[in-house]
Design a protein around this ligand. Structure first.
Ligand SMILES: NC(=O)c1ccc[n+]([C@@H]2O[C@H](COP(=O)([O-])OP(=O)(O)OC[C@H]3O[C@@H](n4cnc5c(N)ncnc54)[C@H](O)[C@@H]3O)[C@@H](O)[C@H]2O)c1
Length: 357
C-alpha cells in the first residue's frame, strides 16, 4: 500500500461515530505511538492514536484538526449534534476563490469545517485561505490549484489533499462557467468549453474523490461521505439563449442520480443543489463580463436598455423578490450532509422561482 492509500484508511480507522481524525503524512516521524506494517493497520490503529509509522512507507500524524495533528495544540472545538454537521470535517470547494464558492467556503468555516479552496485562480484561493486562517486563529483553510476539466490536474489536487489531511468528507463541486448565446449563433468552441467545465468536470472530480471516500468509509462501514454539485435552477427548467449552460446542468443531474446509485455501496451520498440567481455575485454583476452585461448585449431581455433594467427584470421573476445568497446554498449543502436517508436528489434553492414537479 502507498501513502495515498494508507492516509484515507487511517481516517476510517479513527472514525469516532461522526468523522475520522485529520491525518498528515510525513516522510518520517520519531517515536510514533504505533509502528507496524501496512497490513497490520486495522489491528493496531484505534480511535485516539496520535501517530503511526508504517514500515517502508512513512509517518502519519493524527489529530482532531490540522494544528492538533501537526503540533498537538488540542484547541479544536469539539461540537455535537446539529452544530457538528461539518465540524472539523474536510471539505473541498472547487471554484472556491470567488462568487458562490467563496461564500460556501466562508459559511462552512463559520460552521467549524476545514476547507480546501480549489480553484484555477490559485493566487485568489491561497489569499482567501490565508485571510481565513488569520481570522480564525487556527488552520482552517488551504488554497490548492485545480482545473476541474483536466484529469491530471484533478488527480494532483486530490493527492495533495490526501497527503495533507488524509481524505475528504464533503466534496462541493461548484466550479462552473457560462457562455450565453442563441443556438443559431453560439460557437461549438464555447458550447464545448461550458460542457467541459460544468459537466465533464463533475465527472472527473467524482472519479478521483470517490475512491478516497471509499477507503475512508470501508473500515467501519458506518462512515458517511458526501459529494454535492452546485448545479442551477437551469438544471430543472430550460434557459432561453443559454442552452449550453442549461444542458450541462441538466446533464449533471443525470450524473448525480447515476453516481448516487453506484456510490451508495460505499456510503457516499451524491446530491445536487440547484440555486437561483446570485445577482450580487461576480457572475452576474461583473461590469465587463457579468451576465447582466452579456444579456444586455445579446438582447435576451426585450426592451432592456441598461444593466439596471436587466437586473430589475430578473428580480421581478423571483416570488421571494430577491436573488439567492451563498448562505441559502450552504444551508442546502449542510442538509444533504446531515440527512443520512437521501441520495441522488436535486434540491432547489430558488426563492420559489422554479419548483419540482
Ligand atoms: N451566480 C449565479 O447566479 C448562479 C446561479 C445558479 C448556479 N450557479 C452555479 O454556481 C457555481 C458558481 O458560480 P459563480 O457565480 O460563483 O461563478 P464565478 O464565475 O463567480 O466563480 C467561479 C469560480 O470558479 C473558478 N473556475 C472556473 N473554471 C474553473 C475550472 N475549470 N477549474 C477550477 N476552477 C474554475 C473561477 O476561477 C472562479 O473562482 C457555478 O457552477 C454556477 O453555474 C451560479
Amino acid at each position: 500500500m502507498t501513502n495515498l492509500e494508507i492516509a484515507p484508511r487511517l481516517r476510517g480507522l479513527t472514525f469516532n461515530g461522526e468523522k475520522g481524525d485529520i491525518v498528515v503524512f510525513k516522510e518520517s516521524i520519531e517515536n510514533a505511538e504505533v509502528t507496524c506494517a501496512a497490513d497490520e493497520l486495522a489491528e493496531k490503529v484505534k480511535p485516539g492514536v496520535r501517530s503511526v509509522s508504517v514500515e517502508g512507507v512513512g509517518g502519519f500524524l493524527i489529530g482532531e484538526d490540522y494544528d492538533d495533528a501537526v503540533n498537538g495544540t488540542e484547541n479544536a472545538q469539539k461540537l455535537t449534534g446539529r452544530a457538528a454537521v461539518v465540524s472539523n470535517k474536510v471539505c473541498v470547494v472547487t471554484g472556491g476563490a470567488q462568487g458562490f464558492g467563496e461564500g460556501i467556503v466562508r459559511e462552512l468555516i463559520a460552521n467549524n469545517a476545514i476547507v480546501f479552496i480549489a480553484d484555477m485562480n490559485v493566487d485568489g484561493a491561497k489569499a482567501l485561505a490565508a485571510l481565513l486562517n488569520e481570522q480564525e486563529g487556527r488552520t482552517v483553510a488551504f488554497g490548492v490549484a485545480v482545473n476541474v476539466a483536466d484529469e491530471d490536474s484533478v488527480k494532483a489536487m486530490m493527492d495533495e489533499i490526501v497527503l495533507t489531511v488524509g481524505g475528504v468528507d464533503l466534496f462541493v463541486s461548484n466550479a462552473g462557467v457560462l457562455k450565453a448565446g442563441s443556438v443559431k449563433e453560439l460557437s461549438l468552441k464555447d458550447f464545448k468549453f461550458v460542457t467541459d467545465v460544468n459537466y465533464v468536470g463533475f465527472f472527473i472530480c467524482t472519479k478521483f474523490v470517490a475512491p478516497v471516500m471509499e477507503a475512508m468509509n470501508k473500515p467501519t462501514g458506518q462512515y458517511y461521505t458526501d459529494i454535492v454539485t452546485i448545479s442551477s435552477k437551469s438544471a430543472l427548467e430550460g434557459s432561453n439563449k443559454n442552452g449550453a449552460y442549461a444542458g450541462s446542468k441538466f446533464g449533471s443531474v443525470g450524473l448525480v442520480q447515476s453516481f448516487a446509485k453506484e456510490l451508495v455501496a460505499d456510503n457516499t451520498k451524491v446530491n445536487t443543489v440547484c440555486p437561483g440567481n446570485f445577482f450580487d455575485g461576480p457572475l452576474w454583476s461583473d461590469p465587463d463580463r457579468g451576465l447582466f452585461v452579456q444579456y444586455l448585449n445579446t438582447g435576451k431581455v426585450p426592451g432592456a436598455e441598461t444593466v439596471a433594467d436587466v437586473k430589475a427584470f430578473y428580480e421581478a421573476q423571483v416570488p421571494m423578490n430577491r436573488g439567492c445568497f451563498p448562505k441559502d446554498v450552504t444551508q442546502a449543502v449542510m442538509y444533504s450532509v446531515e440527512q443520512k436517508y437521501e441520495t441522488g436528489q436535486a434540491i432547489p434553492v430558488t426563492g420559489g422561482q422554479v419548483m419540482l414537479n
